[in-house]
Design a binder for this molecule. Structure first.
Ligand SMILES: CC(=O)SCCNC(=O)CCNC(=O)[C@H](O)C(C)(C)COP(=O)(O)OP(=O)(O)OC[C@H]1O[C@@H](n2cnc3c(N)ncnc32)[C@H](O)[C@@H]1OP(=O)(O)O
Length: 418
């Protein structure tokens, strides 16, 4: 039986969608109806959809799409975003993912994408294809009565001068994209959101397979009226036996362009009457949140995990696009078994720019491409990798120099799932 991955026709696409549902263990994953298929098709480039078919049934799926990734310093590079990777349980471990990945990465390299990106369902899957965890996520759960915030106080404070407004989904679709681009311009690790993202995340055109309940949306306006922050949250309805409110607010998204907006929005959600627990959603590991509370121990880390994985496709462009804080030079030997991106490179950096070119000089450090993926947004430590035996140092102190070269002032953060 021919099990070659190939692109998918419009007629086959509903069956491909069913296979995605099966792979992601959605119990009701039948062949979706016309309306549902049209919703997906509207945001899908079929040239970048791969499937494997056997006896008319789709048994493997893979899709990629164009994305922009913010690197350290705020520049954006084109990324090949990978999603909907599934192999039906009857066909697993026969190399189907490996073949779909190889075809997609080769096409991305050909197109000129600088990196490939994905959110890994499980840690052990993607390292073998050259991906490394470039950003990490932390979710906090705040015990509001323990946080030390004064419940008698209005939020934001009078001294702040800004205000918070509850808005609806249409306002978010209007204000959100501009705010998001301001935030993404200063936060490495963030990825682009298209119009469909804003529609789906405000309840428009949500596929039937995904359940949707309308959230609350609040924006923070600075004293001069600028929408500087947005928080999206839902609340449950739980009461104790003694008639005490014990409600939880679960934040599904919060972006802020200024520290004032960030403070005001967290204080706001922690000050809503009846709310005794706040779940933060995906934040950067160095988020201001716990330290914004008078008692940071009221914020318990509920989740800490790898998040956005990157696979560098073009080492010089990936390393020249970002900024560096120091003057330095390093020769990196980057191993890539696929031959797509590896080689030996001289990286010369300074606060005013960087150059990365192939070289025949002796290498200072050798590392696999997956480790470079983990380092390129400044979120990993070459010294730790050396201690783990995953980076070879050919000159004493080279790993410590690499630590200083790659370091970024704040941790990388990707708030999105795709
Ligand atoms: C970006 C995203 O969409 S993330 C979502 C990923 N999808 C899922 O987790 C859904 C459930 N799982 C699956 O559908 C499948 O098991 C997949 C897609 C993860 C793997 O597909 P397969 O076709 O079985 O992978 P394939 O046979 O090509 O395996 C290649 C290698 O990866 C390894 N591998 C694959 N999946 C896993 C895993 N979950 N854990 C550990 N190793 C794995 C295989 O053992 C194999 O190793 P080898 O090269 O040393 O022999």
């Amino acid at each position: 039986m021919n099990l070659d991955p190939r692109t998918v026709s419009v007629a086959e696409y509903p069956h491909w969608l069913r296979a995605v549902g099966t792979g992601f263990l959605r119990a009701s994953a039948g062949v979706p109806g016309e309306e549902e298929v049209a919703l997906h098709l509207a945001r899908t480039d079929l040239d970048r959809v791969q499937g494997v078919f056997e006896a008319g049934r789709c048994v493997a799926t893979f899709r990629s799409f164009a994305q922009e990734l913010t690197v350290v310093g705020g520049a954006k590079v084109p990324a090949d975003a990978i999603t909907a990777v599934t192999v039906t349980p009857t066909h697993r471990r026969r190399g189907l993912l490996g073949r779909m990945m190889a075809a997609d990465l080769a096409a991305a390299k050909e197109r000129g994408d600088v990196v490939a990106s994905l959110i890994a369902a499980e840690y052990p899957i993607y390292g073998r294809y050259g991906f490394g965890p470039a950003t990490w996520t932390t979710k906090w759960e705040i015990d509001v009565p323990r946080a030390g915030l004064d419940p008698r106080r209005a939020v934001p404070s009078e001294a702040d001068g800004g205000r918070i407004e509850l808005v609806d989904g249409a306002d978010v679709r209007k204000l959100g994209p501009g705010l998001h681009s301001r935030v993404a311009a200063r936060q490495h690790g963030m990825v682009s959101r298209d119009e469909r993202w804003w529609q789906r995340n405000t309840g428009m055109g949500v596929p039937a397979l995904e359940t949707w309940t309308e959230p609350f949306y609040a924006i923070y306006r600075s004293p001069d009226g600028e929408a500087d922050g947005l928080i999206i949250y839902r609340a449950d309805d739980r009461w104790g036996d003694g008639k005490q409110p014990l409600n939880t607010a679960t934040v599904s998204g919060m972006i802020a362009a200024t520290p004032a907006a960030e403070r005001a929005l967290w204080e706001f959600v922690c000050s809503i009457d009846w709310i005794t627990t706040v779940r933060s959603g995906h934040r950067a590991p160095d988020d201001l949140l716990p330290l914004l509370l008078p008692d940071p121990r009221a914020a318990r880390v509920a989740t800490r995990a790898d998040w956005l994985w990157l696979r560098v496709l073009d080492v010089p462009r990936a390393l020249e696009a970002r900024t560096y804080a120091i003057d330095s030079a390093l020769v990196l030997e980057v191993r890539d078994a696929t031959g797509l991106a590896g080689g030996r490179f001289l990286l010369e950096v300074s606060p005013s720019g960087a150059s990365c070119v192939p070289t025949t000089r002796d290498a200072d450090i050798t590392l696999d491409l997956a480790e470079l993926g983990a380092l390129c947004l400044g979120d990993g430590s070459p010294v730790r990798l050396a201690a783990l035996g995953r980076l070879d140092e050919h000159r004493a102190g080279a790993a410590a120099t690499a630590d200083l070269v790659f370091r970024a002032p704040r941790r990388a953060w990707c708030p999105d799932v795709f």
